[in-house]
Ligand binder design. Structure first.
Ligand SMILES: Cc1cc2nc3c(=O)[nH]c(=O)nc-3n(C[C@H](O)[C@H](O)[C@H](O)COP(=O)(O)O)c2cc1C
Length: 191
């Protein structure tokens, strides 16, 4: 796959074959991609936690909020849940300002996941305080993002946007549709 193919395939997937487990080394190799990525002032303030056992995954899942636009859908059912997570933390002993470092790291990891035949979803809607208690996270770490990963079982279709409606939706076959603005709309030309 070339970069355009990988990027196109790197959609947000929220339903997985949970029986497909992801080994620790694979998740570690994704973090290696993040390690090699750009970071403001070369501060490298991000830290990562890998979760891949069924017990670990069960522990993290309740603290995540899925697909806010799909109001009728409470999130993936048992058997369709992620089989690995990478938690991206900001280490406040290095800096209090993480800038856009976690976005860069997250997308790089998601591209790596696609290359490895996996997929997932970046989750920023997290019940942070409850999760912090659950995992006994030391105060110096801020929970920035959680990447939910697995073997996707859903089809995601990119649609042309209709007007200004950015809401993703599911059709009767449960395919997930994501409206994207056109290139023409994105590139502005000043006089
Ligand atoms: C920073 C960020 C935070 C996100 N947080 C959530 C989230 O909490 N829950 C969720 O289900 N999806 C989340 N998403 C996924 C977006 O909804 C998704 O990227 C968007 O619908 C576009 O779909 P696409 O990723 O397939 O292009 C997040 C995405 C980004 C970039």
């Amino acid at each position: 796959m070339n970069l355009k193919d990988i990027t196109t395939k790197t959609r947000s997937y929220r339903r997985f074959d949970e029986s497909h487990r992801i080994d620790y080394k694979t998740l570690e190799s994704f973090i290696e991609l993040a390690r090699l990525s750009s970071t403001g002032a070369n501060r490298q303030p991000l830290k990562f936690i890998i979760y891949n056992t069924p017990e670990d995954c069960e522990k993290i899942f309740p603290y995540l909020v899925w697909a806010a636009y799909l109001t009728e859908w409470p999130g993936p059912d048992e058997g369709e849940r992620p089989s690995g997570y990478i938690m991206i933390l900001g280490d406040k002993s290095i800096t209090e300002n993480f800038g856009i470092d976690h976005g860069i790291a997250a997308q790089t990891i998601m591209l790596g996941a696609t290359e490895a035949g996996l997929g997932g979803c970046m989750i920023a809607s997290i019940k942070r305080e409850e999760l912090r208690d659950e995992i006994d996270l030391p105060d110096k770490y801020e929970i920035l993002l959680i990447l939910a990963l697995g073997k996707p079982i859903e089809k995601v279709v990119i649609d042309e946007i209709n007007g200004d409606d950015v809401k993703y939706w599911r059709d009767s076959a449960n395919n997930h549709h994501v409206p994207k603005r056109s290139l023409k709309e994105l590139i502005i030309k000043l006089k």
